[in-house]
Ligand binder design. Sequence first.
Ligand code: DGL
Length: 263
Amino acid sequence: MSKPTLPIGIFDSGLGGLSILSEIHRQLPKENIIYFADSGNAPYGEKSPENIIEFSIKNTDFLLSKGCKLIVVACNTATTNAIHILREKFNVPFIGIEPAIKPAAIKTTTKQIGILATKGTLSSELFAQNLKRMSQKTNIIEVVGKGIVEAIENNTVDTLHFHKALQSQLSPFINSNIDHLVLGCSHYPLITNNLKKIFNKNVKIIDSGFAVAKQTKNILDYHKLLNNDETHKSTIDIYHNEASEIALKHVLNQLNIDNAIIH
Ligand code: DGL
């Protein structure tokens, strides 16, 4: 039987899911969190669905061995390719992350929205199904992110070389009339500063962090697993395989996470 004081487990292919962790910690400050960055296998975006499923099972096994009461798959690529298998295989609640195209499609006035995501997400069946449900009146421009995850994992996003490469790959968005840009990868909120220099204020940048944290809260509440202990001081433990310590510390600093223990 899971207990409310047990930690929430979060995993991603690397450091991107820390953008989700920071939102979960903001909305649920009493919860202990254990994060696993599978940096040794990143990026997932170009891997086969079979590989993504295998990594996701291993990551879940690891988090469950640490006693987690719920697992957040803080990776769009793993959610769209593997969450159905995880839900069949393991007896804990899972929260996934998917590109927020629905709110963008509701709010757009130009009827053009952009989505930046990995190849693995954009080519998944789940993404195709979600796209089908969208209004036919909205034109959705898709761009597969190239080298962005690697730049975050290697801490090179502040270089001119990266910024120029980013600008050039985003030209399909720049040359269109999009008013919303959906970030369909949990790494991409970490390049918001670059994106703000490329797009004018009329383009609203949307990510899924808030929605994932809200859903985590709702599901914990539903299963009576919310940690309501008022005296409790929460902990954040970060495990990784082969993550760059410099990049990890840079991301933690960027997200104002100052109480994490790195293992
Ligand atoms: N951060 C992940 C996502 O949300 C995966 C990025 C990657 O490893 O390619 O899709």
